[in-house]
Write a protein that binds this ligand. Structure first.
Ligand code: ADP
Length: 269
């Protein structure tokens, strides 16, 4: 049986009468522990680049460095502040997702537009990370619309595609597709020929700041929040996030949107 934490209060009333009130605070304690962990993680993530930047500032103030060494330091400082910027952006995205009401059925997002945006991002990132080139294949499938907030779905899809680009070694194959399934649901799928993920990591991948390979994630600009964002977006849209992966065989991430929310776009008259 799981341990239960109780808070007990004794109220005295009337003549020697006592009322014993007990409350199960297990969930409250767990939430508090999670909050503490989260704050510790965020502080650690921010402190690392901050330490690098302040160290470099001190060096530049102490030693009158000349070009090109000075430029090298400035470039490293720019990289670290970009890292902090990305972290803050991801934290804000997560907190917005948690704080805003569930999307209604009023907003429709065209799969063609989602594809175009994420293809543009993936190609730009791939050019920076793997200049030798990944093979990026986009298969937009039938033109559909999904009930949901375009900005959110786009950010989920971009997170999956950028992960595929970042974790797949150069000259790998990344395939992004949209398809209507036999049961009427719609599936975004991002498959890569990267290193794959061992089964013991799979259940924890969507936890905030969980990384299989911490240094690889940092090296390629990861914040450890991408899949937590994807999971939130999927949940908010009643969609299912599936992760299939085997070490040495690549990974496949998919988001499956419920049937009722997929429809053909209205044709212009
Ligand atoms: P990060 O910013 O570190 O990429 P994510 O939440 O997006 O954070 O992913 C969590 C971890 O899952 C990553 O650190 C990485 O170890 C692993 N991962 C995610 N996508 C892939 C992928 N396509 N191939 C291999 N590992 C992946």
């Amino acid at each position: 049986a799981r341990p239960v934490k109780l808070s007990v209060h004794v109220h005295c009333y009337g003549k020697g009468k006592k009322l014993l009130l007990s409350r199960d605070i297990t969930a409250l304690e767990q939430a508090e522990a999670m909050r503490r962990d989260f704050v510790a993680n965020v502080s650690h993530e921010i402190r690392t680049p901050l330490t690098v930047v302040s160290g470099f500032i001190e060096t530049l103030q102490t030693f009158p460095l000349k070009k090109p060494e000075r430029d090298r330091y400035l470039c490293l400082m720019a990289q670290q502040s970009q890292r902090m910027q990305t972290l803050v952006d991801d934290l804000l995205t997560l907190s917005r997702l948690e704080g805003s009401p569930l999307p209604g059925a009023q907003e429709w997002s065209a799969t063609k537009i989602l594809f175009a945006q994420c293809e543009q991002e993936a190609r730009a990132l791939s050019g920076v990370i793997a200049p030798q080139g990944h093979q990026l294949v986009f298969e937009p499938g039938p033109a559909c619309e999904i009930a949901g907030i375009q900005r959110e779905i786009c950010s989920a899809l971009s997170n999956l595609v950028t992960n595929a680009v970042r974790y797949t070694p150069e000259a790998g194959l990344i395939r992004v597709s949209w398809a209507l399934l036999a049961d009427g649901r719609g599936e975004f799928r991002v498959r890569d020929s990267g290193p794959g993920i061992a089964p013991e990591h799979l259940p924890r991948l969507t936890e905030r700041f969980y990384r299989v390979d911490r240094s690889r994630s940092r090296e390629t600009g990861g914040t450890g929040l991408g899949l937590a964002i994807v999971k939130h977006v999927a949940q908010r849209h009643g969609a299912e996030l599936r992760i299939e992966s085997q070490v040495g065989q690549g990974s496949c991430f998919s988001i499956i949107f419920p049937a009722a929310r997929v429809r053909q776009p209205v044709q212009a008259a």
